[in-house]
Design a protein around this ligand. Structure first.
Ligand code: CA
Length: 237
């Protein structure tokens, strides 16, 4: 299993290190940012599995970061935990209205932090449980539990990595997934791996699922970023 990725923004260096050290010790991959701007900028290239946002930041504050994440197609359904100091005026309702999933009050114990992150991941995984799901788009059908893919009701010969790549794209249909994220999720490579692996497998997949792989309908290339499973194009087929 590849590691789940967490982006955290926190301007206090020692808290940032505390978060990174302890979540990484629990098997997560953590990218830290000093400002909300930096985090939002990185989200144009890659998206994590969870956000941990401090509220009081120089520049854009955590609530505004949360608001922007929720307005963006790529990040709108990624879980968010807000970090708030006890003496800060924090409107819980506002935070949750902006789309935060949970909040942690500082000072927090390491155990609480890890427990909250784990609990949120569990919640998200429960609501996303689609391993028994059969998904159909146009003339493509994917049976997640049997790991089978059909085109026009004919079984395709898809090796495991191609299957996982297709499944990930379909489950995130409409969202742009960067090469790095696809690599990390499907191959479990480290962040700066060989992203050409992804392109090669996309090419194989297109040869199998597209009617004309030089004019792909299902898997779109998003130049300079990665790929997107186009649910609209598929529905119109
Ligand atoms: Ca702060």
């Amino acid at each position: 299993m590849s590691k789940q990725i967490i982006f955290t923004v926190e301007d206090e260096a020692h808290i940032q290190q505390l978060i990174k050290y302890n979540l990484e010790a629990n098997g997560y991959k953590v990218l830290t940012f000093d400002t909300g701007e930096q985090l939002l900028e990185e989200c144009k290239r890659t998206v994590p599995d969870l956000f941990l946002l401090d509220i009081m930041l120089p520049g854009v504050d955590g609530l505004e970061v949360c608001r922007q994440l929720r307005q963006n197609l790529q990040t709108k359904s990624i879980p968010v935990i807000i970090l708030t100091a006890k003496n800060e005026e924090f409107d819980k309702v506002l935070g949750l209205e902006l789309g935060a999933d949970d909040y942690i009050t500082k000072p927090f114990s390491v155990r609480e932090l890890v427990a909250r992150v784990k609990a949120l991941f569990r919640r998200v995984n429960l609501s996303n449980q689609n391993d028994s799901e059969i998904i159909s788009y146009g003339n493509i059908t994917i049976d997640c539990s049997r790991r089978e893919v059909f085109k026009d009701n004919k079984l395709l010969d898809l090796p495991l990595k191609e299957f996982e790549l297709l499944k990930l794209l379909i489950l995130n249909r409409g969202k742009v997934l960067s090469r790095e994220i696809l690599l990390e999720k499907v191959w479990g490579f480290d962040y700066y791996g060989e992203t050409r692996t992804v392109d090669v497998h996309i090419r194989y997949l297109r040869q199998k699922i597209e009617d004309d792989d030089s004019n792909p309908v299902y898997i779109e290339t998003i130049r300079g970023i990665g790929y997107r499973f186009n649910d609209k194009g598929a529905v119109n087929k």
